[in-house]
Write a protein that binds this ligand. Structure first.
Ligand code: SF4
Length: 588
């Protein structure tokens, strides 16, 4: 077998599509940004899966990988490899070549030869389907974000740190909101990402802000704009719709709501452009379009005739996304918490009713806080099931990070999942500052529960990375992992393979921590403290009671604990919180 860790090749762009809740597509969840056409993300609301799957952008990725050229959208994997982490690229490619969800026993050499022969099209369609069906979740884990947890999106403190995400444009009743939250298919200029540190959240502007969209298929009769100045000082304000002036007046710290009937010439136009001019910094609280009569709730700018979201549209799911269903060998569900999302269950049932489940490996991650018999019975009807239970520590460490999970519920849930026929259940830990000194206790739990322990070495958000902590903390964590591995040498009476796997994970993690011996990053360490204070105060949790040893190591390093919390509008040195938070999320 060729060693896929020695070059930049990855099997994913030849096998997989990942579809996000907003309908954008990419070859895996780590590929940034999305597959695009003319600079705009391609979306299942505008293009068929086949058009995207064999688009010029996808073919270009395959061409580069086949010719041994790195792909910049794969930087996440390459960066993980630079710090010694086994990336998704290496892990997935090697597992596939070893036979995992590769029923024909295909090889990378064959894959490349076929791609060349077909001008980098893959006519058999994607074999692996990776579906991100929304962020409904019951937890708000510290390292997670609004995109993946509805609880974080609703939390004004945590969401302030995580940035926002685009959603499709949707009519609800008479109205369709198009700002300050970004809506897919609409162009925004001069408006910041959503700042949730204010109440209500705003998109900031100063000078000229423009919102440009194709005129919706539904007739738009009225636009409503709600704004306020950043300070109490009065300042001039002008608003134009398709260059027609609709408001000229003043703005102050109090909210100003203006509602405009659209002039007839604008209603006839193919495009709608809203321009707001304010020399002073102003917050856009709302821009909403109104139709004359209420109608069904539906996605606008969509080719799906049902008006539903893609994951609710059976015609899209079974005649488009799964257009080569006989070739599909793996379906992975991402959330949110997939066991809570009703669309996951209905897609699973539909695959069973079509007779396709027998050939498909089902895979997903769950937080382990909920299970039910119906879901387990449905899962048992798939060819096989791979379930990653996300655990970030043992007992109180897990509950601290994965708030508000209750550890007592997790063990019985894991046992129930382990009883599913053909299920491979394993633990997956996101190794981060909050748990680096506690991994051996989790490893012991995994051995006791007969679980493999896999890991994701956290890179984003940057301020929670182990590499931000003092080197002494990394060395202490590595030492604990090595001690655990040495003290748990398997003997004839233990489950040898499992014990070896967990020990091996400990040794790999210890090596990563030892090899990355750079000093702590003072800016990110400061952000770590303020983020911790923010969440502790809001959740009535206490960092020191769970991580007293890490706090001591930080203090011993000469970094006094900054007791500050962030506040709406707070500035970190020269940077606004908004700039800092978006920077911390890197490519997001
Ligand atoms: S290299 Fe990484 S980011 Fe690129 S397609 Fe493969 S798994 Fe995804």
């Amino acid at each position: 077998m060729k060693d896929s860790s020695t070059d930049c090749f990855c099997v994913n762009p030849f096998l997989e599509v990942n579809v996000t809740p907003a309908g954008s597509v990419r070859p895996c969840c780590a590929f940034v940004p999305f597959i695009a056409l003319d600079g705009r993300p391609m979306s299942v609301y505008e293009h068929s899966i086949e058009e995207i799957w064999n688009s010029e952008a996808m073919r270009s990725v395959r061409r580069k990988l086949t010719e041994g050229e790195p792909v910049k959208e794969c930087s996440y994997c390459y960066n993980q490899e630079k710090v010694g982490v086994r990336s998704m690229r290496v892990d997935g490619s090697q597992a596939w070549e070893a036979g995992w969800v590769n029923p024909r026993g295909d090889t990378i050499d064959n894959m490349k030869a076929r791609a060349r022969a077909n001008d980098f099209r893959v006519p058999d369609g994607p074999e692996w389907i990776d579906l991100d069906v929304g962020n409904l979740c019951n937890l708000k884990c510290r390292m997670c974000r609004s995109l993946s947890s509805s609880k974080i999106a609703e939390d004004p403190v945590h969401s302030r740190w995580t940035g926002d995400f685009e959603m499709p444009a949707r009519w609800q009743g008479l109205a369709m909101a198009i700002a300050p939250r970004r809506v897919l298919g609409i162009a925004y200029e001069g408006i910041s990402g959503l700042d949730r540190s204010t109440s209500p959240p705003v998109g900031w502007m100063q000078g000229v802000a423009t919102i440009r969209l194709k005129m919706p298929a539904e007739k738009v009769s009225v636009i409503q704009v709600k704004l306020r100045a950043a300070t109490a000082q009065r300042c001039p304000l002008e608003i134009f719709v398709n260059e027609v002036p609709v408001y000229r007046g003043e703005l102050s710290g109090a909210a100003l709501t203006q509602t405009f009937e659209l002039p007839p010439q604008v209603m006839e136009a193919g495009e709608l452009t809203l321009r707001i001019e304010s020399p002073a910094r102003a917050g856009i609280e709302e821009v909403t379009l109104f139709r004359p009569q209420t109608g069904k709730s539906k996605v606008e700018f969509s080719r799906l005739s049902s008006g539903k979201q893609w994951f609710q549209d059976d015609d899209f799911l079974f005649n488009d996304l799964l257009y080569k269903i006989d070739n599909v060998v793996k379906i992975n569900f991402i959330g949110g918490e997939p066991l809570l999302i009703k669309e996951v269950r209905s897609i699973m049932k539909h695959l069973i009713s079509r007779g396709a489940a027998n050939n498909i490996t089902l895979s997903m991650s769950t937080n382990g806080t909920i299970t039910d018999d119906e879901w387990c019975d449905i899962a048992a009807q798939f060819k096989s099931v791979a379930i990653a239970v996300s655990l970030d520590g043992f007992a109180n460490v897990n509950d601290y990070i994965r708030y508000p999970s209750k550890w007592d519920s997790i063990e019985p849930n894991i046992r129930r999942l382990q009883r599913i026929k053909n299920a491979y259940v394993y633990a997956n830990v996101t190794v981060q500052a909050y748990n680096m000194l506690h991994i051996p206790a989790l490893a012991q739990f995994c051995e006791d529960m007969d679980l493999d322990l896999r890991y994701h070495f956290l890179e984003i958000p940057n301020h929670l990375s182990c590499l931000v902590m003092p080197p002494e903390a990394r060395i202490a964590a590595a030492r604990k992992m090595r001690n655990f591995a040495m003290a748990n040498a398997p003997d004839a009476t233990t489950r040898v393979r499992r014990t070896m796997y967990v020990r091996d994970t400990m040794l790999k993690l210890a090596a990563i921590l030892e090899e990355n011996d750079k000093p702590a990053d003072p800016k990110l360490l400061n952000a770590f403290m303020i983020f911790t204070n923010d969440l502790d105060a809001d959740r009535r949790q206490d960092f020191a009671s769970v991580n007293g040893e890490l706090k001591e190591l930080i203090l011993a390093y000469g970094a006094p604990w900054n007791a500050q919390t962030s506040r709406p509008g707070l500035c970190f040195g020269e940077q606004s919180t908004e700039t800092l938070y978006h920077g911390l999320w890197g490519c997001d």
